[in-house]
Design a protein around this ligand. Structure first.
Ligand code: FBP
Length: 550
């Protein structure tokens, strides 16, 4: 394998573990737990895995000989930096339990379990992937493990390989499904344990017990480097407004964290838009207002951050999208008629078929975006919101608004735009020291949970703003994080998704500063992730975590 000089050097890095995991480990159980809401329903749905205690690991356990464990690991969903370190942490953890332990990786995500595609992960393979980005060691996928037939097929290969436990590395949905699987295997008395691990760059799998999901740290550092570079370009050339869309399917944690790191002129936070019930036109006014004010000082440049999920948080857009989904749903009469409508007349046709309010919003959109809303649909027939170029939508609408303002004498500057979308650039970056250590510790913790015979738990490592030595390793019963939510028309038990909290410290700090950042030029240029050097440069956790833990 050809590897870069950095990768070669990085391979030597030994991730840090909490002190409690370094020697003999003792498990301490806390009080019984209950779910965050809907306790009765969730207790009923999870009779075998509900109410279990929180557990933590402390040093000083008895040095007993433990039996070998065979573990299967699955990477689920979008890539996040550090996945390979979770797997190397699991590997080292189970080998510390017994050198006879074995690790199997199911290939291509949860689908690999069902289709029996797997490989044994040996020391040689693991060593090639330590401290590297990506999920390519075994691949990932978005197949959902939801049906009993899938669970049974999985059980067959689990039994054939003599696997004692499965570790599912994924986001909120994958961990919800991991818990359903844990319950199913427990109910059937299969003896197979299932443990989850919190992954997603989006940062929306967190709560009182899980401080952050892995990958968020590295991804936001990569995006912030790029934003900083663009800010410096903007401030050098002084001729462009850069509209930057940032990944994060739903929550705006990524945009908020990048704003805290780089101090751009405008950052939209979807959760605030929803809370204030802002219209698209109000958002455009807000942006145009800042652009015009900067122009008064001769600053015809700036940077605006736009969260990927914004569209669905604008109430009128959400209604419009739902109406379009109904109107153009596959197999419906209206969808069939739409296909026969002349292209040049389609937008008008759609406007006549939806509510008057939605038609008004629809007609206010730039033509390209309106057309996109009627065309790009996912396999379920829904608009693919992530494909909507929100940065261009806002750029074009802001431009039109500034032209109107010019006529009224309210804007005298110039407005040139450049558009960017940062997402995939950060998902497979070599993990920062924080993610390298955090992920390795999560994997190691998962192996301890398995060794203790637990199931239905998520590996947790907390106290993350302290040095890694002082981190606290443990496990959280997944049912504790659940509530009931409507999914595809049915109430389902799911892990609560963490959106940006408007009364949380990160948002409040951002809000107290954004006025200053808008009109002045207070850009910060974070530069690239550093792996070697002083701790202030190399080992800092996210601003979000620091503010949350202050
Ligand atoms: P996960 O929640 O599965 O970790 O994925 C997050 C994410 O990166 C989102 O930010 C983004 O909207 C989505 O995945 C993109 O998905 P895909 O990789 O399928 O294009």
């Amino acid at each position: 394998m050809n590897i870069s000089a950095l990768q070669k050097e990085r391979a030597k890095y030994q991730p840090k573990l909490p002190k409690s995991l370094k020697g003999t480990v003792k498990m301490v159980s806390g009080a019984k737990t209950r779910s965050v809401a809907d306790q009765d329903e969730i207790a009923k749905l999870f009779p075998n895995t509900y109410g279990m205690p929180l557990v933590t690991f402390e040093d000083g356990g008895m040095a007993t000989k433990k039996s070998a464990v065979n573990v299967g690991v699955i990477l689920s969903g979008g890539q996040a930096p550090g996945g390979h370190n979770v797997i190397s942490g699991i590997f080292d953890g189970i080998k510390a339990i017994s050198p006879e332990s074995k690790l199997y990786g199911f290939l291509g995500g949860p689908g690999g379990l069902v289709s029996h595609k797997y490989m044994e992960l040996t020391a040689e393979i693991i060593d090639e992937y330590r401290n590297t980005g990506g999920f390519d060691i075994i691949g990932s996928g978005r197949t959902k493990l939801e049906e009993e037939a899938q669970f049974d097929k999985g059980l067959k290969i689990i039994n054939d390989l003599g696997i004692n436990a499965l570790i599912i590395i994924g986001g909120d949905d994958s961990n919800t499904n991991a818990c359903v699987l844990a319950e199913y295997y427990a109910a059937k008395k299969t003896g197979v344990q299932v443990i989850g691990c919190p992954k997603t760059i989006d940062g929306d799998l967190k709560n009182g017990m899980i401080e952050t999901s892995f990958g968020f740290d590295t991804a936001t550092k990569v995006y912030s480097e790029l934003i900083g570079n663009i800010q410096r370009d903007a401030n050098s050339a002084k001729k462009y407004w850069h509209f930057i869309k940032l990944m994060g399917r739903s929550a705006s944690h990524i945009a908020l964290e990048c704003a805290l790191k780089t101090q751009p002129n405008i950052t939209l936070i979807s959760e605030e838009v929803a809370d204030k019930k802002q219209t698209l036109s109000e958002i455009v006014d807000y942006m145009a207002g800042i652009i015009a004010k900067r122009a008064e000082k001769g600053d015809n440049f700036g940077v605006a951050l736009i969260p990927e999920g914004l569209i669905e948080f604008i109430p009128e857009m959400k209604i419009l999208i739902n109406e379009l989904n109904d109107l153009l749903a596959e197999g419906t009469k209206t969808a069939e008629i739409f296909q026969g409508v002349k292209r040049s007349y389609r937008l008008e046709w759609v406007s006549e078929k939806i509510s008057a309010e939605s038609a008004k919003v629809f007609k206010s959109l730039p033509q390209g975006i309106a057309t996109q809303l009627t065309l790009d649909r996912d396999p379920h027939g829904n608009v693919q919101v992530s494909l909507i170029e929100t940065e261009k939508l806002l750029g074009e609408m802001v431009k039109a608004r500034l032209e109107e303002m010019k006529k009224e004498g309210e804007f005298e500057g110039k407005f040139g735009t450049q558009y960017h979308f940062f997402g995939y650039e950060g998902r497979c970056a070599a993990p920062s020291n924080f993610d390298a250590d955090y992920c390795y510790s999560l994997g190691y913790t998962a192996s301890e949970l398995i060794s203790e015979g637990l199931t239905g738990y998520m590996a947790s490592v907390s106290n993350l703003t302290a040095p890694a030595e002082e981190w606290i390793a443990g496990g959280v019963p997944v049912t504790m994080m659940m509530n009931m939510e409507k999914r595809h028309g049915h109430m389902k038990p799911v892990i609560q998704k963490a959106l940006v909290e408007l009364d949380g410290a990160p948002y409040k700090y951002f809000k107290s500063k954004r006025g200053e950042w808008a009109l002045g030029t207070y850009f910060i240029y974070p530069g690239p992730i550093q792996y070697f050097g002083p701790a202030e440069v190399c080992d800092q956790p996210t601003e979000t975590l620091k503010l949350e833990k202050k």
